[in-house]
Design a protein around this ligand. Structure first.
Ligand code: PML
Ligand code: MG
Length: 262
């Protein structure tokens, strides 16, 4: 099957970045998805764009890595402090001795366009460009056309984040990903890892805060870092939602039931 990658980004001079999205879709759906992404750009609550970029590239089947979505669990938290305590516990369970310092560094990612790539042990920042960070890209959910269409209408934070996290933590040198949304009215964030799956933390920041960002925690050599950056930025990935299995056990004292993602 011939596929195309479509990327949309919209901005205006007042707001800066307004909206962005990407899809990897079969050729016969290309025109329809261009129209949908255009409509998404034009109707964003942040404002009217004066610049919209649609980038369309052919993707060969053999270039695509197919991955099952990470299993999902939810930690219900009532405050940002409680949410951070859950993330801290998972970092410790992952064997990260400098977990508290990692949480403190998270703030540095809030002003970045992409994610911080952080050495999980030395806490050295590994992004070639610290303002830009690393943008994980070229990924989509592989699903029936109907589900993909509804995901394309407006932003679905959870689906898009699950696809991104699945791609990111499937690189063997990524230990975990931490994410807080930069949308002021979206307080759910997550910590994702191969060991524990995608753990949603229902409150990870104060309502109304526009601050959010991502950290990719890396462990490996210089050479592996270069391979990891190439994978995150260039490897085409389709994530099969619905193929998930139960996650590994949650940390002691946390009983997070696996969630149905359908
Ligand atoms: C974002 O704003 O893109 C981050 C979304 C995080 C989604 C967390 C979730 O709902 O599971
Ligand atoms: Mg956002």
């Amino acid at each position: 099957m011939s596929r195309y990658s479509i990327k949309m980004r919209a901005s205006n001079k007042v707001e800066g970045h307004i909206s962005g999205a990407e899809k990897i879709i079969p050729e016969e759906e290309l025109e329809q998805y261009c129209a949908r992404l255009l409509s998404r750009a034009l109707r964003h609550s942040k404002g009217k764009p004066d610049f919209i970029n649609l980038k369309i590239e052919a993707v060969r089947e053999e270039e695509i890595l197919h991955l099952p979505a990470l299993p999902v669990t939810t930690a219900e938290t009532a405050s940002a402090g409680e949410g951070m305590a859950v993330v801290l516990e998972y970092l410790r369970r992952l064997g990260l001795e400098r977990a508290e310092e990692i949480l403190a560094l998270w703030k540095q990612s809030y002003s970045m366009r992409g994610a911080m790539l952080l050495d999980a042990d030395t806490l050295r920042r590994l992004e070639p460009d610290r303002d830009r960070g690393i943008r994980a890209t070229y990924m989509d959910m592989e699903t029936e056309d109907e589900a993909r269409q509804s995901a394309c209408g407006g932003k679905n934070h959870f689906n898009e984040a699950l696809v991104l996290a699945t791609k990111v933590v499937n690189h063997p040198n990524i230990v975990a990903e931490l994410c807080i949304s930069d949308d002021p009215d979206y307080v759910t964030g997550y910590i994702a890892s191969r060991a524990f799956g995608y753990v949603r933390v229902t409150t990870l920041k104060e309502m109304g805060s526009p601050l959010g960002g991502r950290i990719f925690l890396f462990r490996g050599t210089e050479e592996e870092r270069d391979d990891c950056i190439r994978y995150l930025q260039q490897q085409k990935v389709l994530v099969h939602v619905g193929d998930t299995t139960s996650p590994a056990a949650s940390p002691a004292g946390m009983s997070h039931e696996p969630q149905n993602q359908a």
